[in-house]
Design a protein around this ligand. Structure first.
Ligand SMILES: C[S@@+](CC[C@H](N)C(=O)[O-])C[C@H]1O[C@@H](n2cnc3c(N)ncnc32)[C@H](O)[C@@H]1O
Length: 291
């Protein structure tokens, strides 16, 4: 695997619409990385559906770029789905790229994956003639998505395709009535996080067309997983702990107490003791070609 550093690191850069709450700095990235990796495990089939859909919208890509690659969920899935392709993982965060390189080594895909550290808000890295650009849960982070879409368009090969993926809402884990506290805890958490601007993005179709793309496909993908209770509980724990930290000032004392009971894994109301957890949610995916 090769690593390039086309520009200075974007460390310390934060957007107002931070993912999943208000935590900052290295802890924030570490918590985010853990969530991304657990999601990749639990939602493997759901994500593979999206990779397969992508295969139906692209023509045997040989050069793939994963923009805002995080811990490498897309990079790994695309490398497996397109065994003839080389994948370049781009992220502003060296922390994420380190985790990604580890994951790639573990899956023995290092011969086809390289990494580029670049802050796409600052400048487009030296990447051209790309057959498939994949941007999953990353375009909503960009300060100027129109400019980035323009750069992507200019970097695609004539037959190239851009696939943009976004989560429609935060994943759900809990039933509405937990039997403790006031019903609707998860809804209240999600409302507070939405008010803080989490993950807000428009229907990218308008921006894609304005940047000179034709949208060739748009598809929603739902998931619901309750068949691996231990993994669901672990993922819910990681996610809700982050929520607990991020919303400590906003939630009522009663809701914080309920969250604490859920997060007390040895307690009788802890997540490990529950049999009614499931992870559910949906993503929207857009495929676009240069006009
Ligand atoms: C929510 S994560 C998504 C990771 C991965 N695409 C996935 O679906 O699992 C968003 C990623 O985008 C990266 N990112 C955010 N803004 C960026 C920018 N301006 N330039 C490059 N990467 C950026 C973050 O560092 C983070 O790794």
């Amino acid at each position: 695997m090769t690593t390039q550093h086309p520009q200075a690191s974007g460390h310390g850069h934060h957007h107002p619409d931070q993912e999943h709450g208000h935590a900052h700095g290295h802890d924030d990235e570490s918590g985010m990385a853990e969530i991304l990796e657990l999601d990749a495990l639990l939602l493997r089939d759901h994500l593979q559906e999206i990779f397969d859909w992508t295969a139906g919208h692209s023509r045997a890509p040989r050069t793939i770029v994963d923009l805002g690659a995080g811990t490498g969920t897309g990079t790994l899935g695309l490398a497996r789905t397109f065994p003839q392709a080389d994948v370049v993982a781009v992220d502003q965060s060296e922390f994420m790229l380190d985790r990604l390189r580890n994951n790639v080594e573990q899956h023995q895909l290092a011969n086809r994956v390289s990494t580029v550290q670049a802050d796409l808000d600052v400048a487009w890295p030296e990447l051209a003639d790309i057959d498939l650009v994949w941007a999953a849960s990353s375009m909503h982070h960009m300060k100027d998505p129109a400019r980035v879409f323009g750069e992507i368009r200019a970097s695609l090969s004539p037959e190239g395709v851009l696939v943009v993926v976004e989560m429609d809402a935060l994943p759900r884990y809990l039933p509405s009535d937990l039997g403790i506290g006031a019903p609707g805890l998860e809804e209240r958490c999600h409302q507070l996080v939405a008010t803080a601007g989490w993950n807000s993005h428009p229907d990218w179709q308008v921006d894609l067309e304005a940047a000179g793309f034709t949208v060739s496909g748009r598809q929603g993908f739902d998931y619901s997983r309750d068949d691996d209770p231990q993994l669901v509980a672990r993922t819910a724990y990681t996610f809700l702990s982050r929520m607990r930290t991020g919303l400590a000032e906003e939630l009522s004392p009663e809701d914080l107490e309920t969250l604490d009971q859920l997060l007390d894994l040895d307690g009788r109301h802890g997540l490990n003791a529950r049999t009614d957890l499931s992870m559910r949610g949906s993503r929207t995916v857009w495929a676009a070609r240069p006009r």
